[in-house]
Design a protein around this ligand. Sequence first.
Ligand code: 23J
Ligand code: MN
Length: 263
Amino acid sequence: MSASDVVTNLGAMLASGGVEVVDCSGVLGPETPILQLPPDFAKNTPKVEIHKISEYDNDGPFFAWNWMVLGEHSGTHFDAPHHWITGKDYEDGYTDKLDVQRLVAPVNVIDCSEQTQEDPDFLLTAKGVKEWEDAHGEIGKGEWVVMRTDWDQRVDDEDKFLNADETGPHSPGPTPDCIEYLLSKGIVGWGTQCIGTDAGQAGGMEPPYPAHNLLHRDNCFGLASLANLDKLPAKGAILIAAPLKIKHGTGSPIRALALVPKG
Ligand code: 23J
Ligand code: MN
């Protein structure tokens, strides 16, 4: 089939609903959980604010619009390579410079929801990924890989979502060897349903925050706070994860969309 036929057929399938568009973003608003770094870092991202300019009133009789206070790394969002020191030298490592061809790609969904229900500190390893590949097929070059934990069920309760105690945050994520293995397969990026791409306890790993450190070292992307991964097949969907074109941006909220064949 020619590329032209593929796109024509995809268009027809989208129009008929044979291919379903699944919303993999959470709601962005004042209640959206925001990462709080440990107190040794004084500055943090503020909560999302939405301020009304007008809503069919004296300030705008025919129109409604708002302005916002919004961090780059708030809610369902994209981490660009420039976000981490290991990715600082990539000229295309910013949200306004990156190669958009890489943002639309097949997605591999690794279901860890059973393990993470038992253990909020569950870590996906290279071994775990290889076992998933034995069951579902190989992860290919240029593809997304996302970790399903159903953490989006907690998103309306910030305490439950961040899941922190006196020993720090407790949320699932990857081991360093997991990310190294995925990078060896040539993935475009790694996504999770938690506040960041790394596990809650990843500050104590070697290297610290391995998803951030290793993905961005290799000019790859991160996705965080993804929703509705339980509605995606293990393989066979396409994920569109496009950040705003923020000048010199290190990341951006996204409307993550998955194209899923129905039936
Ligand atoms: C800054 C510092 C550490 C982390 C993060 C940001 C994120 O998780 C993020 O949103 O990229 S771990
Ligand atoms: Mn981020």
